[in-house]
Every structure is written in structure tokens, then in C-alpha cells.
Design a protein around this ligand. Structure first.
Ligand SMILES: Nc1ncnc2c1ncn2[C@@H]1O[C@H](COP(=O)(O)OP(=O)(O)OP(=O)(O)O)[C@@H](O)[C@H]1O
Ligand SMILES: [Mg+2]
Length: 377
């Protein structure tokens, strides 16, 4: 791993990553808007941060807005601000993200979820750097670099009239595709090494490493959750193996490699284990993954100058909340009761945010939604 990779926190050895990094270096110093496309967990946010940090705008913060997490009616006023009395509850004038990000960068995450009305305003900002606050009549001028990210296929969103064609063409001029991890397996060994180093240094623990055939299995695996899943897996493996060597038997059972049909990594079917042991292992893994995600969020809130919707006081997330500790003891209850409690606690912890809850539990928002209905939460 070279110095630049270290500086931007984006690691890899595959030709894809090398090319990606040279594109980042090329576009970073310009003011061009960039569209980053990649499946969930491929590192879109890392790449956006890298572009910002290698640009002359890095003295200013990069503001990150999740267009999919903010209710449609609020998004426009969040982005462009509003004038006093422009709608019920607008008790004063408020600056939006575009004004706050002046001379800096704005990351429009999940751009594919942006409502059509807001897309019109965004196109205007892209073309003339101008906009008006909600309820305002004065034209505001800003100097903001726009980076957009999505895991959706915007082309089909254009076909189905969910995304404006003109905006799509404007945005896609500079597109960075981050391939899924399964298509750049050459990156896996170095990512494993890096995540181990990070984790043991941060927690000041000793770890004997992965057996060579266990590494081979990690390289073979298809990682549907991409780099995020790999990182969570490594950290969980270190904890569950208590710093001892991680053998291929652990990897096989944790990644569920013995069952041909089910590809769900959350349902272990370990050999030689009673259903109770298997259940317990499942709960441990979910709790550990949850703790790691909470730690990551705390870390982001503490160490980055970003102001994001998720890290906002409005989300109710308190950085000092105690994370769930892994203590090796879980009471035996029914699977449903444990799952229901885990989902309820996680929803509470993230102030009802389904997106963050789904992310922490490593399930899709759709699955979470189904379970919320199923359990009447
Ligand atoms: N090449 C990489 N090197 C080091 N860490 C990486 C790399 N790619 C991703 N990560 C790590 O993986 C995790 C997910 O990355 P990130 O949040 O940028 O993904 P994303 O594409 O924005 O996902 P989502 O679509 O779910 O928001 C982060 O912890 C990030 O640090
Ligand atoms: Mg992201």
C-alpha cells in the first residue's frame, strides 16, 4: 500500500483500484462535478472524501446529505434553506446545505432517491451555481463542488421517469464506477491485512492471524455486502476467536459455505453444533456487528468535520451512548423473541431510523420493514 492510499484511506492492489485512484487524482484538483456509482459497501463515501481531501477545497468541510433518508417535504429546505414563514414551522430564516458548503464540497448521497422537483433545482445549481431559498425570491450564488453517489442504476431510473434525463446527462460526464469486491478479488488480501492492523491497533489487542487456507476462502467468497461486510467479518472473527488463529473451519461456518442453497450470511448452519449453539452464535455475531457499526458511527461523529444528516442532533443519536458489550453470555430465549428485542433495541438506539438500523443489523431496509410489521414494532 502506498502513501497516497494511506492518506485517502482507500486500499487495493487490483488494476481496477489503481485506475480508480489515478482518476481520483486527475479529477480532484478540478471543480468538475463527479458521479460515483457502486454497490452498497464498495467505498463510495471513501472515494468522495478522497476527492475532497485532494482538492483545494479541503480547507473547507465536505457536507454529506443523504437524499434517501430525508423526507421529501424537508429535503428541499435542507438543501436550499428557507425564508421565515415559508411553511408552517419555518419560524426563522435558515441556511441550507448549499450555502453552508460555500467554497467547499457537497456530497449528495443516494442521489437516485432525490424527488423530481428537487432535481430541477439541483440542475439549476449545476448549470449556473444559483438557487433560491424555499419561499424566497432572492437569487443566491454559491461556489460549491458537487459529488453525487448512488447504488442505483440511474439509467433505468431515467427510463421509468424517476430521474430527469437532463440531470443524468449533466451528472454522468465524469463518472467513477467502483466495481463490487467480487470482481476485484486481488484487493481482498491487502484489505484483510489493513483491517486487522486497524482493529488490533485501535483496541490494543493481540491477534495471531488467519490460516492460509482461511485467507483463500475469504478471497473466494462473493461478499454481497462488499468491503463493509469484509471489514465487519474480520473484526468479528478476531473477537470470536479471542485473538487465536482463525481457521478455515470458522470461516466456512461463519460464511455459511457448507450450505449450497442459502446464501444468507446471517443464518449459520454450522456442522457439529446444536441448534442452541448455532442460535447463540448468530446473536453474538449480530451484537458484535452492531457494536462495530456503532463504534464506526461514533468515530465518524468524533473525528470528521462533516456535518451530515445522520450525525445531526435532530436524529437524536448521542455519541456517548454505551454500545452493547460482548460478554459471552446470552440468555436462552426463542429466536423470535431475541430477534424482536434486537430489532427494537437497535431502532431505539438509532431514534427510529430504519436505514441506520438496517445497516447496523446488516439486513436490507425491505427485510427490516417486513420484520417491523411482523413483530408489530
Ligand atoms: N478500498 C477500501 N479501503 C479501505 N476501506 C474501505 C475501502 N472501501 C470501503 N472501505 C470501508 O468499507 C466501509 C464502507 O464504505 P463506504 O461507506 O464508503 O461505502 P458506500 O459505497 O458509501 O456504501 P453505502 O452505499 O452503503 O452507503 C467503510 O468502513 C469504509 O471505510
Ligand atoms: Mg455511502
Amino acid at each position: 500500500m502506498n502513501e497516497l492510499q494511506q492518506r485517502i484511506g482507500f486500499y487495493g492492489e487490483s488494476p481496477d483500484v489503481e485506475e480508480l485512484i489515478s482518476t481520483i487524482q486527475m479529477v480532484a484538483p478540478t471543480d468538475l462535478s463527479v458521479l460515483i456509482i457502486g454497490e452498497s459497501g464498495t467505498g463510495k463515501e471513501v472515494v468522495a472524501n478522497a476527492i475532497h481531501s485532494l482538492s483545494k477545497r479541503s480547507v473547507k468541510p465536505m457536507l454529506s446529505v443523504n437524499c434517501g433518508a430525508i423526507p421529501e417535504g424537508i429535503l428541499e429546505s435542507e438543501l436550499f434553506g428557507h425564508e421565515k414563514g415559508s411553511f408552517t414551522g419555518a419560524i426563522g430564516q435558515k441556511k441550507g446545505y448549499f450555502e453552508l458548503a460555500d467554497k467547499g464540497t457537497i456530497l449528495l448521497d443516494e442521489i437516485g432517491e432525490m424527488p423530481l422537483n428537487t432535481q430541477v433545482k439541483l440542475l439549476r445549481v449545476l448549470e449556473s451555481a444559483e438557487f433560491m431559498r424555499v419561499g424566497g425570491s432572492e437569487i443566491q450564488k454559491v461556489d460549491v463542488r458537487i459529488i453525487a453517489a448512488t447504488n442505483r442504476n440511474l439509467e433505468s431510473a431515467v427510463q421509468s421517469n424517476e430521474f430527469r434525463r437532463d440531470l443524468y446527462f449533466r451528472l454522468k460526464a465524469i463518472t467513477i464506477h467502483i466495481p463490487p469486491l467480487r470482481l476485484r478479488k486481488g484487493d481482498i488480501p491487502i484489505l484483510v491485512k489493513k483491517f486487522i492492523e486497524d482493529y488490533i491497533t485501535k483496541n490494543n489487542i493481540k491477534f495471531k492471524g488467519f490460516a492460509p487456507d482461511a485467507i483463500d476462502q475469504l478471497v473466494d467468497y462473493h461478499w454481497p455486502g462488499n468491503v463493509r461486510e469484509l471489514r465487519n467479518f474480520i473484526e468479528t472473527a478476531i473477537i470470536l476467536n479471542r485473538g487465536e488463529i482463525v481457521h478455515s473451519s470458522y470461516v466456512r461456518s461463519a460464511l455459511n459455505l457448507d450450505t449450497k442453497s442459502g446464501v444468507s450470511p446471517n443464518l449459520p448452519m454450522p456442522l457439529n453444533k446444536t441448534p442452541e449453539q448455532a442460535e447463540r452464535e448468530l446473536i453474538y455475531r449480530m451484537l458484535v456487528a452492531l457494536k462495530l457499526d456503532i463504534d464506526e458511527m461514533k468515530n465518524i461523529l468524533k473525528h470528521t468535520p462533516q456535518k451530515s444528516w445522520q450525525g445531526d442532533e435532530r436524529s437524536g443519536f448521542k455519541p456517548d451512548d454505551d454500545a452493547i458489550e460482548y460478554d459471552g453470555e446470552v440468555q436462552t430465549q426463542t429466536m423470535e423473541a431475541m430477534e424482536k428485542k434486537l430489532i427494537k433495541d437497535t431502532l431505539d438506539r438509532f431514534a427510529g431510523s430504519r436505514r441506520k438500523t438496517a445497516k447496523a443489523l446488516q439486513i436490507s431496509e425491505r427485510t427490516l420493514y417486513r420484520k417491523i410489521n411482523e413483530y408489530g414494532l
